[in-house]
Design a protein around this ligand. Sequence first.
Ligand code: MTE
Ligand code: MO
Length: 430
Amino acid sequence: MPGVRGPSDYSQEPPRHPSLRINSKACLFPLHHISFFAYLFPRFVVIIIVYDKYGDGFAQDVQPFNAEPHRSDLVHSYVTPVDLFYKRNHGPIPVVDDIERYSVSISGLVENPRRLSMKDIRMLPKDDVTATLQCAGNRRTAMSKTRTVKGVGWDVSALGNAVWGGAKLADVLELVGIPKLASSTKSGGKHVEFVSVDRCKEENGGPYKASIPLAQATNPQADVLLAYEMNGELLNRDHGYPLRVVVPGVIGARSVKWLDSINVIAEECQGFFMQKDYKMFPPSVNWDNINWSTRKPQMDFPVQSAICSLEDVNVVKPGKVTVRGYAVSGGGRGIERVDVSVDGGKTWVEASRYQKIGTPYIADDASSDKWAWVLFETTVDVSNNFDIVAKAVDSAANVQPENVEDIWNLRGILNTSWHKVQVRVGRSNM
Ligand SMILES: Nc1nc2c(c(=O)[nH]1)N[C@H]1C(S)=C(S)[C@@H](COP(=O)(O)O)O[C@H]1N2
Ligand SMILES: [Mo]
């Protein structure tokens, strides 16, 4: 691929913000084995973790780089700063050797296959879309507490809200002869596959790839972008420099970074991350009876919210406590409201929205939060120990489920259960 390459090791990673929390793969090895080992031979386990640093991960896999900001940093700003934005990778970060030579090929079931340089893409009308990108694994750690799941452990911050700048995919596809709102091409293309250059273990060293339906790709209202900017700056290496796909309202896995080629194909992409990962299974499916082909790849994400001004367990002084967090829904469904409860869900109050701390929420226009989160805030009075709970309602009146058990799935995706934090009142003489 001209100009951009995917390294095979982690010696050329970009610098990262020191406050990010680095997450590792939970449970490459069944957790109870490790804890049993740790119980019997605590020193032995420490030695293995240290010596296995560059191996496949007995207990911890330190690479690829996966990290999220602290909860309180996340809700500090409506637009997430680039350096605090979560980072989710499946291999080493690609290197751009020569941006002048970089181009994206568009081929497959199209009339006029083409290669587009960055200059060609920048010549198309530039769109700025405010969209929240959320990893399907957000809040996985909490799901794993009911029953172990496989995957990178995330707290509640595997998402961020950015202003993505770039060309609309619908405009790009017109350059190869596919009209707007087309759901198939003359030669039978129905899906648009995005292929990267990073080398992923799951693809046996091949690149990350994913696809979306052609009807979504050619729909200007779906706002799918080939983005070269994030928050008004040139996209950085961690987030896909020089060019990435942004599919608003859809799990982050489909927003392919470091784009190399676009293929118009008849069936959805057959890559690992579409076929053997990022699918939602019912709680009855386990690793012994799983049949991946029975489910479709997950696309839109459901309604989600989390409290970010408090940790899981908090000791506070009696008096007023501010509760802040985010709420977001997929598929272009905005947030209708956020309910907060201080009695574990018996009674609820509606939280207010804000864009900056202390400034109430002002939407620019009716569709401005179609793809973006809302930040919410409310103040509660604390005199006794209690659980604070948040749940959001989207524009289609979908509500988060109460219990994580009901949506438990073996890959630990889409934990959208009511988010709870425990507040314990501590008095100064305690
Ligand atoms: N090429 C490539 N694209 C990728 C990934 C990847 O590992 N390689 N990870 C995907 C996943 S699972 C998510 S959640 C988002 C994360 O984007 P971010 O790192 O910019 O936050 O990128 C997606 N695109
Ligand atoms: Mo993800």
